[in-house]
Design a protein around this ligand. Structure first.
Ligand SMILES: Cc1ncc(COP(=O)(O)O)c(C=O)c1O
Length: 430
């Protein structure tokens, strides 16, 4: 057992030397030192349960022992670490494993592109291909979408604060209402169809539509299977490419490997990053339908595309998907989370919390501003790390590693319930 102390590590070095742009270290004010699966320890030995999982980059937990052993062995045998996009054994193994474990069982045929090793790079590359293939420039994205921080990705991202950071006009994008944006009564696919059919609508025929099946940063909004199917049909009818951004929701976050699988759609382009590297190592993939792979050699380059440690981590992580057992475990844990959140909300009706999300990304949405932030603050003070989501930070979002032990999950949920009750007391006395 770690001894808990009340001492807080100093943040002086970060405050003096690091840019003002830093964000997570402002909310989680401590200096982290060690981590194992769903737990983190700071330099004062204080223990934290991680319901944040590197914003979705740590689906297989911190320092996953199996993956770590493979990485150490690779390093000790002087395996190539950096290779641009040269052919390496590590890349060969990853491509074969990805084909065998992910593509083949689904009967899918996609070419794998390695853009620079970040999510935004996968999105940029998908946008470029769509424009190159169709010869059109506009891309449709959705209200509350989040696709990354570089200019192309930011242009299809909804958040006003993040967009303002660009310091210039973000162009060639049109925003449409996501599933449920106007409530259940409004059919947003029909709305989009009408605008695209009407030469007077001012909306040009786009090169692509980019969508998240579950919006992670945008407030845990879930698109229905029917909505996704109709979106795909609309794209096919009009010759628009469908880009599915599975950067945060992929690699099992919602249950199956891909978040959109239950809809049966087959997007033209799929963006993956975050947990694909297995160990929190930078890696990104753009999956391209073969007939759309129109790149000229080197047309979308990047120094760090050949992150071989990422390939080694990714290959080992795919072992989790060789059978259906991992998915069943995720579903079981997701049910525990749902049951626990429902109980908390039922016991404190005055907080008017509502359940959001799906699988192992669920959360509580609040009507009153500041409540989700306060809940995360109380949780952190009690040794639980979780962050907010949504355009007004109105959702407290739970995203533990998929590999979290049931006991740690229960422990974290108990802490959260305690904090939720505390929040209700504070609200009642305000
Ligand atoms: C859905 C989605 N797309 C793209 C990105 C951008 O990924 P990165 O931060 O690695 O550039 C994120 C990051 O949170 C994301 O959630």
């Amino acid at each position: 057992m770690q001894t808990q102390t009340l001492e807080t590590p100093s943040m002086n070095v970060f405050e003096q030397l690091e840019s003002e742009v830093r964000s997570y270290c402002r909310n989680f004010r401590t200096v982290f030192h060690k981590a194992q699966n769903a737990k983190l320890w700071d330099t004062k030995e204080r223990e934290y349960i991680d319901f944040f999982a590197g914003a979705g980059a740590l689906n297989y937990g911190h320092n996953n022992r199996k993956i770590r052993d493979k990485l150490i062995a690779y390093l000790l045998e002087d395996g190539v670490t950096h290779s641009l996009d040269m052919a390496t054994h590590a890349k060969e193994q990853f491509l074969s494993q990805f084909h065998e474990v992910i593509m083949k069982p689904r009967g899918w045929d996609y070419k794998v592109m390695f853009p620079g090793p970040t999510g935004t790079n996968a999105v940029e590359s998908a946008l470029k291909i769509a424009r190159k293939v169709t010869g059109r420039t506009t891309v449709i994205s959705f209200t509350n979408a989040f696709h990354g921080m570089t200019l192309g990705s930011l242009a299809v991202t909804g958040n006003a604060f993040k967009r303002k950071g660009a310091g210039m006009a973000l162009t060639h994008s049109v925003f449409m209402p996501y599933d449920g944006y106007f409530g259940e009564a409004v059919d947003t696919i029909q709305y989009m169809e009408k605008l695209l059919d009407d030469p007077g609508s001012g909306v040009p025929l786009p090169a692509a539509i980019i969508v998240e099946a579950v919006q992670g940063e945008g407030g845990l909004n879930v698109a229905s299977d029917t909505w996704l199917q109709r979106l795909e049909r609309l794209c096919h009818q009009k010759g628009i490419l469908l880009i599915l951004d599975d950067i945060q929701m992929g690699c099992g976050r919602t249950g199956p490997f891909f978040s959109f699988e239950s809809s049966g759609i087959e997007p033209d382009l799929i963006c993956l990053s975050k947990s694909i590297g297995g160990y929190g190592l930078p890696l990104a993939l753009t999956l391209i339908k073969p007939e759309l792979d129109v790149w000229k050699p080197g047309e979308h380059n990047g120094t760090f595309r050949g992150n071989n440690l990422g390939f080694v981590g990714a290959s080992e992580a795919l072992d989790y998907w060789k059978t259906g057992g991992f998915r069943e475990q995720i579903e079981d844990k997701a049910n525990r989370i749902t049951a626990s959140l429902e109980r908390m909300m039922e016991r404190q009706p005055a907080l008017h919390g509502t359940l959001r999300g799906k699988g192992m990304i669920q959360g509580i949405a609040f009507e009153q501003p500041g409540m989700a932030e306060r809940l995360c603050e109380l949780a952190f003070a009690s040794g639980l790390i979780l962050e907010t989501s949504g355009p007004c930070s109105e959702v407290a979002k739970l995203m533990p590693p998929l590999t979290i032990e049931n006991s740690t999950l229960e422990q974290g949920l108990q802490i959260l319930e305690h904090c939720y009750n505390q929040l209700a007391e504070e609200a009642a006395s305000a």
